[in-house]
Design a protein. Structure first.
Lengths: 154, 706
């Protein structure tokens, strides 16, 4: 039994310690918003926050997150709507939507450490998140918009 | 707005509707005739209105990002006089009413969802509105012409008002009104506006349910081992070690592989690694790229091909030409690489099977599941989830039977998930192609002969046999070659390569447009002409082509690129849409860098311009991946790319500026989901030629030294 904190709640997880956090979230804790894309930290679909940082949960063994604070798309804004999600809706960013949980988690982590990112900052921070539908232009605009919303007190 | 179309919603909606009514809507002419003939009316339903005023739209095309859960309900809402955001949107089940004649089935593909629905769903909305008005008029004892429908209610001149929910039961008993007039375009309140997508809210907070997210009580997870060599099968399986691992419930040898079912997916994966399978490689043990290339080259030499288009006498004109030019183009195998790997959830019981799957082909999914379930197809209920990308991959149903067999054997619901590696190494790949192309000029320098010989496997021959003659999905963009040339020959030689190939976004448009638009550029260079002028000079009778090309040249500043930047252009018509692209590149350290792509689109009338724009942008990104990086290679029958390191997809830091201009048009809607993909490669390669004088006749080019 491994104890972890996810979205502010404590869980005891009965899974092999090498089980990636991704599958713990999806299969054990009923949080399927975090997506499986590659299993090797290559595509970013599984991005969650570990403490404050964006991490790829598909390549993060359960044993390594014991006692750490995990935030998923379901808990990003504690039941409200994060500025990034608001901006995503305003710009209608998603197409198929499968990668967007990961995109949003990466964007939120970026804005936490850099409240006013340049295009180059955004491209660098988001290069680990693949979108096969090709929503990158709208993602970039939505991150600028979210930054403005946060500055305005969202 | 609740656009969450989970199974639970669907069932809840159905339950909530209980005694509520399904409004009978327009039937195709044949079905109506059958109904009149006494076969009994077969109700054709996209719309349900519950007593509590919940208006449910059943969308009969799969939402894979292209926006059908917004565009199709908009068509109904326009005539029904309701706002889009009040609608509850669910996936339609399998049904004859949902047949898409353009695709010969209940199929989402060929970019034709809006084209198919354009009149059909507006008519459905108008008929329903007419019936609701008639029901209200009947209650009030007034002439229906004194009543109007607006915002989900009917009102009359006396100020009386009845909500649709109070009228639906009575309305559904009325005969289907015939000859209902549709709104003229000037009266559209919803169509043509960039209304918010109905699926966005659920896609930004993790609620949207994709196939991989389906959760059923007691559900187990399956991992499916398949032959490393494409087309192989298991000869024998030693499952003793795997069966002893934690959580493992079942090891099930099947025709094409071995299924491991466990309590959790990670356990199933661990157990799959412990399987000892002796694979029979079948016929592909020695297949590799050299062998595929040889097959195509030999076929090209041996067979002139079947005629797909013949204008005049291209061979004769080439023989008599003052000047000729020939080239050979090659295109690789490609993987669809949807972000959501293939998966399927099945719940088989004695009396039926529920299938939860992201599919583009509901009927084929049903047909694929039925034998594995040991049930007739009509006892397989298909619940279509959101698709985490389709791009044609989910036109195939190869990932369905194992889940069904697993559920049947386990007596529990089973979700089978392909790993990324499974998905990439067992795709139904975009076919490779070898294309031989020649042109001839007369003494005055006029292009008088055009001859294109396409050699490629046929997807249609596998998926929708039999194909007699030329597979139309191999000669797209070639049979409607737009330039004024008196002698044109397009021929096709079918050469299979031993592995399954599939339809992929824009299908053969992407192959043929690359060849045609690159070769036109070669000819312009040969004549010393500007590629833009050369094209415009041969488009005399094609005002749509001229308009998009002229507009693109103006927007992109054709001929006025900054120092160090170089431009290339491409033009295409497909899916009822006409468009032009201009790419602007530089060559840095021997590699191409794409800075800007301008795309001008005439797709006829648009239901939702913002969605059209996103489809064009997304298509360009998809095309950039194909241009720069897309290539599947095979060695000893095994696909060499296993994940996104080996099969590179365009990333945010590689994005050019994309500028999309959508032209106003009165034409009926054209397709937009695929049409932007094919032009990227020729536009970029033509720009590379402008920059370096090097003509690139094979893709991808991202790693080519310039």
């Amino acid at each position: 039994m491994v104890r972890i904190e996810v979205n502010g709640r404590q869980f005891g997880v009965d899974a092999a310690p090498d089980t990636p956090l991704l599958w713990v979230l999806r299969d054990h804790l009923g949080l399927p918003g975090t997506k499986y894309g590659c299993g090797r930290a290559l595509c970013g679909a599984c991005t969650v926050h570990l403490d404050e940082a964006a991490v790829r949960s598909c390549a993060l063994p359960l044993a390594d997150v014991a006692g750490r604070r995990v935030t998923t798309i379901e808990g990003l804004a504690g039941g409200h709507r994060h500025a990034v999600q608001t901006a995503w809706i305003e710009l209608d960013v998603p197409q198929c939507g499968y990668c967007q949980s990961g995109q949003i988690m990466s964007a939120a982590a970026l804005l936490r450490r850099n409240p006013d990112p340049s295009d180059a900052d955004i491209d660098a921070a988001m290069a680990g998140n693949i979108c096969r539908c090709g929503t990158y232009s709208r993602i970039r605009r939505a991150i600028h918009r979210a930054a403005a919303l946060i500055r305005a007190g969202h | 707005m609740d656009a969450d179309v989970s199974r639970r919603d669907f069932i809840a909606a159905a339950a909530a509707l209980g005694g509520a009514l399904v409004i009978a809507l327009s039937l195709p002419a044949g079905a109506r005739a059958a109904a009149r003939a006494g076969a009994g009316p077969e109700l054709n339903a996209w719309l349900r209105i519950a007593p509590d005023d919940t208006i449910t739209i059943l969308v009969d095309r799969s939402e894979m990002g292209q926006g059908v859960y917004t565009a199709l309900p908009t068509l109904i809402a326009e005539e029904l006089e309701v706002r889009l955001e009040v609608l509850r949107i669910v996936a339609a089940p399998v049904g004859d009413a949902y047949f898409n004649p353009g695709n010969d089935g209940q199929i989402t593909g060929t970019s034709n969802s809006v084209q198919d629905a354009w009149v059909k769903l507006r008519t459905a909305g108008a008929q329903a509105r007419t019936m609701l008005i008639a029901a209200a008029a009947d209650i009030w004892g007034v002439d229906p012409r004194q009543c109007i429908a607006k915002d989900g209610a009917v009102t009359n001149r006396d100020g009386a008002r009845l909500r649709y929910g109070a009228l639906a039961a009575r309305a559904a008993r009325l005969p289907l009104p015939q000859g209902v007039a549709l709104k003229p375009r000037a009266d559209f309140a919803l169509i043509g506006r960039s209304l918010p997508r109905t699926d966005t809210p659920a896609k930004v907070d993790g609620r949207a349910e994709f196939g991989i997210d389906v959760r059923l009580p007691g559900m187990l997870y399956g991992a499916f081992a398949q032959s490393p060599v494409l087309g192989g099968w298991p000869d024998s399986v030693d499952s003793a070690a795997a069966a002893r691992l934690p959580g493992v419930r079942l090891v099930l040898p099947l025709d094409r592989g071995v299924l491991v079912v466990a309590d959790h997916y990670w356990q199933a994966l661990a157990a799959r690694k412990a399987l000892k399978v002796r694979w029979n490689p079948g016929r592909n043990a020695t297949l590799d790229n050299a062998a595929i290339g040889a097959l195509l080259r030999n076929a090209a030499a041996a067979d002139p091909g079947l005629a797909a288009r013949t204008d005049g006498d291209a061979d004769g004109a080439l023989q008599g030409a003052a000047r000729t030019h020939s080239a050979v183009y090659e295109l690789p195998l490609l993987a669809h690489a949807t972000m959501e790997p293939m998966n399927c959830t099945a719940d088989v019981r004695a009396d039926g099977c529920d299938l939860y799957v992201g599919t583009q082909v509901q009927q084929l999914a049903q047909a694929a599941a039925a034998p594995a379930a040991g049930l007739p197809p009509d006892l397989v209920r298909v619940h279509t989830t959101f698709l985490g990308g389709g791009f044609g991959r989910r036109l195939d149903v190869d990932f369905i039977p194992a889940a069904v067999a697993g559920s049947k054997a386990a007596g529990r619901p089973v979700q089978v998930i392909w790993t990324r590696e499974d998905d990439m190494t067992h795709d139904t790949y975009r076919p490779p192609a070898l294309e031989l192309i020649s042109a001839g000029f007369d003494a005055a320098g006029r292009l008088i002969a055009w001859k294109l010989h396409i050699v490629s496997p046929s997807v249609t021959a596998r998926m929708q046999p039999p194909v007699t003659g030329v597979d139309p999905s191999v000669v797209e963009a070639a049979v409607n070659f737009p330039y004024d040339v008196p002698n044109v020959s397009v021929t096709y030689t079918r050469q299979e390569i031993g592995i399954d190939v599939g339809y992929m976004r824009s299908v053969s448009h992407a192959i043929n447009c690359f060849v045609i638009e690159s070769f036109i550029d070669e000819l312009a260079a040969l004549c010393g002409k500007n590629p833009y002028d050369f094209r415009i000079g041969m488009l005399g009778h094609r005002p749509r082509h001229v308009r998009v090309l002229e507009t693109a040249a103006r927007l992109a500043g054709w001929g006025k690129a900054a120092r160090g930047r170089h431009q290339g252009l491409a033009l295409m018509q497909g899916y009822g849409t006409c468009l032009a692209q201009i790419a602007e590149i530089s060559v840095d350290g021997g590699s191409p860098k794409v800075h800007r792509i301008v795309c001008v689109v005439d797709c006829g009338q648009m239901v939702n311009p913002a969605i059209v724009e996103s489809q064009i942008e997304g298509g360009i990104v998809f095309g950039l991946t194909e241009t720069l990086w897309g290539e599947i290679t095979i060695a000893h029958g095994v696909v060499q790319q296993t994940n996104f390191d080996g099969y590179r997809l365009l990333r945010a830091n590689e994005m050019p500026n994309i500028e999309v201009q959508l032209l106003a048009s009165d034409a009926p809607p054209g397709g937009v989901g695929e049409v932007a993909v094919p032009l990227v490669a020729p536009a970029v390669c033509n720009a590379v030629f402008a920059a370096t004088g090097k003509r690139l006749r094979a893709l991808p080019i991202g790693a080519v030294a310039l």
